[in-house]
Write a new protein. Structure first.
Length: 315
């Protein structure tokens, strides 16, 4: 099998991104695929057996695409590209939003998307800004658009988990909508306002507080349970047992942001502890390093984490 080098023509920015500081990025690619990566100028040369070269080339191209979009490339991006190249997966499995192709930006996000594709039930745990909800919505929207599920159902505890909605005006949808703003923003970004409206009217996209799922069996649906740290243990057991034939579910939440009167009654950490080793369930934990909002958000999360550690609290 030929081990002759293959030259990949790239822009100067892409070459710098693939090489990385002190050739650190190139070294990661070499170690992952057992190839030799060189940057003689004008592109990248990859040497190794045919299969290894093909996978390394795919990783290089994924990195180059991001670099040519003007995005900064960190080691996490290299690891994401390596994982995608090895698995044969690509960001194209997700829909294209108004701001371009939806794709993982950190290694944890890539693991999260892999779990969403492989597991019937996924828990996404971590601080604000890590993309837990947005990527879950994007994945669910992709399943709906491809006809792999009939419905997209979004649920969350409302009004500090008490679900006391009676004082709000309007029907159920109008009462719940203010609490679903992040989900609607994500769906609007991915589907567009008009398609979102049509699919809601047809019942293909449904929103409901957790309490309104009681007694139902949710079949052939993708179910998102958002802000799940504010679901009680009883609510969590109830919603997890709603999964019917052909259904998949993702449960997202931040265990450090519990609004319940009794934080020990939160069903999220309890469920994760019980189900950690159950077949078909994926648990992905995000950290401050995965925050993809304004850089200040990551620093805020780190400060709160440090304070919790100082006080001897763990979440």
């Amino acid at each position: 099998m030929s081990r002759a080098p293959e030259f990949i023509h790239l822009s100067d920015a892409a070459v710098r991104a693939v090489a990385g500081a002190n050739s650190r990025h190139a070294a990661l690619i070499e170690d992952a695929f057992g190839v030799l990566v060189e940057t003689p100028g004008g592109g990248v040369s990859v040497s190794g057996d045919a299969k290894a070269r093909a996978q390394a080339k795919k990783a290089v191209q994924l990195v180059a695409e991001r670099a040519d979009q003007g995005l900064d490339i960190a080691e996490a991006d290299i690891r994401v590209a390596i994982g995608q190249a090895k698995s044969g997966g690509a960001p194209g499995a997700l829909p294209v939003g108004r701001r371009g192709q939806v794709a993982p930006k950190t290694a944890a996000q890539a693991r999260y998307l892999e779990a969403l594709g492989n597991c019937e039930l996924v828990f996404g745990l971590g601080p604000a800004g890590t993309g837990k909800t947005f990527l879950a919505v994007a994945h669910g929207a992709g399943l709906l658009l491809r006809g792999e599920v009939d419905r997209l159902i979004v649920s969350r505890p409302a009004v500090e988990a008490g679900e006391r909605l009676g004082f709000l005006p309007g029907d159920l949808t109008e009462k719940v909508d203010p609490y679903m703003a992040p989900v609607w923003e994500a769906l609007t970004d991915i589907l567009g306002a008009e398609q979102l409206r049509r699919r809601r009217e047809k019942g293909e996209i449904e929103v409901a507080p957790i309490a309104f799922l009681r007694g139902r069996t949710l079949s052939h649906a993708f179910i998102i349970v958002d802000e799940a740290q504010n679901a009680t243990r009883l609510q969590m057991k109830m919603v997890l047992t709603r999964i019917g034939e052909g259904a998949r579910m993702v449960v997202t939440g931040d265990p450090t942001q519990i609004d319940l009167v009794n934080p020990n009654d939160s069903g999220l950490a309890h469920a994760v502890g019980l189900l950690d080793d159950v077949k078909g369930i994926g648990i992905i934990r995000f950290s401050a390093e995965d925050v993809v909002r304004h850089p200040l958000v990551e620093r805020i999360v780190r400060a709160y984490d440090a304070d919790a550690a100082k006080r001897g609290r763990s979440f």
